[in-house]
Design a protein around this ligand. Sequence first.
Ligand SMILES: C[S@@+](CC[C@H](N)C(=O)[O-])C[C@H]1O[C@@H](n2cnc3c(N)ncnc32)[C@H](O)[C@@H]1O
Length: 271
Amino acid sequence: MVHIQHTSPPIQAQAENDDQDKWSSKKYVKNASFVPVLGAPVVQLLDPQPHEHILDLGAGDGILTLDLEKRCKSVVAVDASADMIRAAQEVGCQDARVVDGHDLVDHELANGQFDAVFSNAALHWMKRDPIRVIQGVSKCLKPNGRFVAECGGFMNCAEVRGALHAALRKRGHNPEDYDPWFFPGPKTYRKMLEDNGFQVESMDLIPRLTELSTDIAGWVDTFGFAFLAPIEDEEERKRIVREVQETLSFSCDDGAWYIMYVRLRFKAIKA
Ligand SMILES: C[S@@+](CC[C@H](N)C(=O)[O-])C[C@H]1O[C@@H](n2cnc3c(N)ncnc32)[C@H](O)[C@@H]1O
């Protein structure tokens, strides 16, 4: 029996994490519109069916959620960022809620009612306890339900990550304390899934040279904010961003900036 709420909770009720929310839906649209566009192969791997109920984990501003809504019976979009969920509601997502992936395991959504959990470009941000996230996904799924996702994989964005590490280390900070990403290799993530009751159907590590819709500075501003947390002085933050861009000047070709993304794409079944 499926109990899917088809209206989102009021936006005001979700704004309580605004102070800690470093995600900006405006910056995301301006600097990262390629992310949902490049999620098309993951939707293809999901192969959503008209009768299905799907959970979109780390749904962001809801662009892929809207696409899923057209193909299946219902979609619940969850994301830890109130600003992103507000944007998802504004574009018309039927049910978009502020939920941290780590909290799914104890959440009312975790009652085995979903045919599939989908996630694009979000799992690697759930670094605090990735196993807890997998356990939450499992509790949301029906038996034989599928978990289909793509996230950053081993060596993802290594050049910009390395430049950010070097900039922090130079200033006396340990970058490991601020690095927000978990980029697992396929063997590591397969084992985590299998240890938590999933059978892995496919698991691919896919290098993808990605043209940005901004430069490195815009990318760092949109995605690298966690590295700048220990730097209080605004001018020093700007210097770091400039420094990272200069270090990576080789990644500009004919006016366009590139980052070497490496994606981990998988399909796993709740055994
Ligand atoms: C790069 S965006 C991807 C958004 C969307 N899936 C897409 O393809 O456009 C990553 C998203 O993960 C969300 N996120 C980060 N940490 C999270 C967490 N712990 N729980 C749920 N969502 C999280 C962010 O708020 C952000 O919206």
